[in-house]
Design a protein around this ligand. Structure first.
Ligand code: PEP
Ligand code: MN
Length: 337
């Protein structure tokens, strides 16, 4: 059961619900959606008398296993990363290099993607590489460089965390924690980021179903962290012509299933520079709340994922068109033809 609560009137209600649930052997978890509302997730049965408090706005019998992520009890969640709002209307562009390799490279890239319309900087310090012999990222030194690039540009930073042990240090430097595709079902890691109050970018595992992905989001939400953004980044299918296949179905389908914002990664989703622009725009047309794109000034010299990294000038064109498509999606009346 999920109980929705008006936070402004919530004085005493959480304690009362906690006491009523423990009397019947249940427990509760409280989640703050950062918009004036709280949800209380009841694990077990609760005494019905406890549900008549004036702060309680609704009681939902959750039918889905991803009860907190489900649209059954909430229409929309806006996730805040620094001053940036994801899911509030305008597409949010996140961009930067795949991997952080030196401070000058990063600051140049950050300035270039900012000029191209990005409002969040991406860059990997801990890199999940398919081969153990590939560059694995600079670790904490990379995090410090990301903080330096934030100081230089004002852009908040999203970066990947791969292990529960890295969460604390990554959260010290980053504005948003990224869970990569290869870790979507790393449940101890999901629980650990769920215990922080940092926004989380949860990438889809490339063999994960939508239900499995939403249950991974549920792991984070159920620890009390409401700030989760889903990222479609391509899946594996029978067709291996491209690195991955961007599943655009997932975007409008997720919009039916969940209140969480959804963004698209056309870089990993295609693996091919020439396809990044078209698939980015297709993602926005399908209803995505933003994009995460690998971009830096000299894509060919990128230390990782060069073949899918685009020039900032192309990012600028994508940003302009993404804003135009998004504005068009909000037009209610028929345009003159
Ligand atoms: C990345 O964003 O750099 C990355 C490794 O992505 P994914 O986890 O989607 O492969
Ligand atoms: Mn990459």
């Amino acid at each position: 059961m999920i109980i929705s609560i008006d936070k402004s009137k919530s004085n005493g209600v959480i304690d009362a619900l906690g006491a009523a649930s423990s009397r019947s052997g249940a427990s509760i978890r409280v989640i703050d959606w950062n918009d004036g509302s709280l949800s209380v997730n009841v694990l077990g049965q609760i005494e019905p008398d406890a549900l008549s408090h004036p702060a309680i706005t609704a009681v939902h019998q959750a039918s889905k296993p991803y009860r907190l992520a489900s649209k059954e009890h909430r229409e929309k969640t806006v996730v805040r990363v620094g001053d940036v709002e994801i899911g509030a209307g305008n597409p949010v562009i996140m961009a930067g290099p795949c991997v952080v390799s030196d401070l000058d490279q990063l600051v140049n890239a950050a300035e270039a993607v900012k000029a191209a319309g990005a409002i969040i900087l991406r860059g990997g310090a801990f890199k999940p590489r398919t081969s153990p012999y590939s560059f694995q990222g600079l670790g904490e030194e990379g995090l410090q460089m990301l903080a330096g690039a934030r100081a230089a540009t004002g852009l908040p930073v999203v970066t990947e965390v791969m292990e529960p042990e890295q969460v604390e240090i990554t959260a010290e430097y980053a504005d948003m924690l990224q869970i990569g595709a290869r870790n979507m079902a790393n449940f101890p890691l999901l629980r650990k980021v769920g215990k922080t109050r940092k926004p989380v970018l949860l990438k889809r595992g490339f063999s994960a179903t939508i239900d499995e992905w939403l249950m991974s989001a549920e792991y984070i939400l159920s620890e009390g962290n409401s700030q989760v953004v889903l990222c479609e980044r391509g899946i594996r299918t029978f067709d291996n012509s491209l690195r991955f296949n961007l599943d655009l179905n997932a975007i409008p389908f997720l919009k039916e299933l969940t209140h969480l914002p959804v963004v698209v990664d056309p870089s990993h989703g295609t693996g091919k520079r020439s396809l990044v622009g078209p698939m980015a725009l297709a993602g926005i047309a399908a209803g995505a709340d933003g994009l995460i794109v690998e971009s830096e000034p000299n894509p060919d010299s990128a230390k990782c994922d060069a073949s899918q990294t685009i020039e900032p000038a192309e990012l600028a064109a994508i940003t302009r068109k993404a804003m135009a498509i998004s504005a068009l999606l909000n037009v209610e009346e028929l345009l003159p033809i």
